[in-house]
Design a protein. Structure first.
Length: 200
C-alpha cells in the first residue's frame, strides 16, 4: 500500500505540474489555480510514502517534512479554493478584490508564496531521509535538497513589499519564473515515481 500511494502521489504530482505549466502558457487562470489544489494534496501522498522508508536515525527529519507538507497544502488549498469559488462566483468590491483576488498580488498571493516556501522546507527535510543506493535516488535526493533553497526568496520577497503596487495586469516575468520552477520540480515527481516503481 505504501508503494502504491507513493506511485500515485508522484504520478499525479508530475501530471499536475505539467498541467500547471500548460495552463500558465495559455493564461487560463482557473485551470492553473485548480490543479495547484490537486498538486498540493498529491505532494502529501508523495512525502508520506517517502517518510515510511526513513531509517530510524532520520525519522525526525521525515516527521518535520510531513508537518511542513501538511502546512504547505493547507495554505495552498485555502488560497486556490478561494480563487476558484469566492473570487470567481462573487461580485467583489475593490477593497475585497485587492485582498482576495490573486491577480492583485495581495494577501492571497503572499500566502501562496509562503506556502511554496514551506513546501521547499518539506522537500529539503525529506531529502535528508533518502539513502541513495542508485542513480535515480541520488538524483532525487539532490533535487529535493536543492529545492530547499526556494524557502529563502519565498519568505523574504513578500516582506520587502515589492508586490504592493501590482495593478492586476499579467506579468510575463512571473510566468517565466513559474515555468522555470515547473522545469525544476517536474523531475522530482518523475524520479519519485520511478523510485517507488522499482521497489519490490
Amino acid at each position: 500500500m505504501n508503494r502504491k500511494i507513493g506511485m500515485a502521489g508522484s504520478l499525479i504530482n508530475a501530471l499536475t505540474v505539467l498541467a500547471f505549466a500548460f495552463f500558465m502558457l495559455i493564461h487560463w487562470n482557473f485551470g492553473s489555480f485548480f490543479v495547484c489544489i490537486i498538486l498540493s494534496l498529491s505532494f502529501i501522498c508523495m512525502v508520506a510514502a517517502l517518510y515510511t522508508e526513513c531509517p530510524d536515525d532520520r525519522k525526525a527529519a521525515g516527521r518535520v517534512a510531513m508537518v511542513f507538507s501538511a502546512l504547505y497544502a493547507t495554505l495552498i488549498v485555502i488560497v486556490y479554493y478561494t480563487q476558484c469559488t469566492t473570487v470567481v462566483n462573487e461580485n467583489l468590491g475593490e477593497a475585497a478584490a485587492h485582498i482576495l483576488d490573486y491577480k492583485y498580488l495581495g494577501l492571497m498571493f503572499n500566502l501562496d508564496i509562503l506556502g511554496y516556501g514551506i513546501m521547499a522546507l518539506s522537500t529539503f527535510f525529506i531529502g535528508l531521509t533518502i539513502v541513495a543506493g542508485n542513480k535515480i535516488d541520488k538524483a532525487l535526493k539532490i533535487l529535493l535538497l536543492g529545492h530547499g533553497i526556494f524557502f529563502f526568496p519565498c519568505l523574504i520577497m513578500p516582506v520587502t513589499g515589492m508586490f504592493i503596487n501590482a495593478s492586476g495586469s499579467p506579468s510575463s516575468g512571473g510566468t517565466v519564473a513559474l515555468e522555470i520552477w515547473c522545469l525544476y520540480f517536474l523531475p522530482i515527481g518523475i524520479l519519485s515515481y520511478l523510485h517507488f516503481k522499482d521497489q519490490k
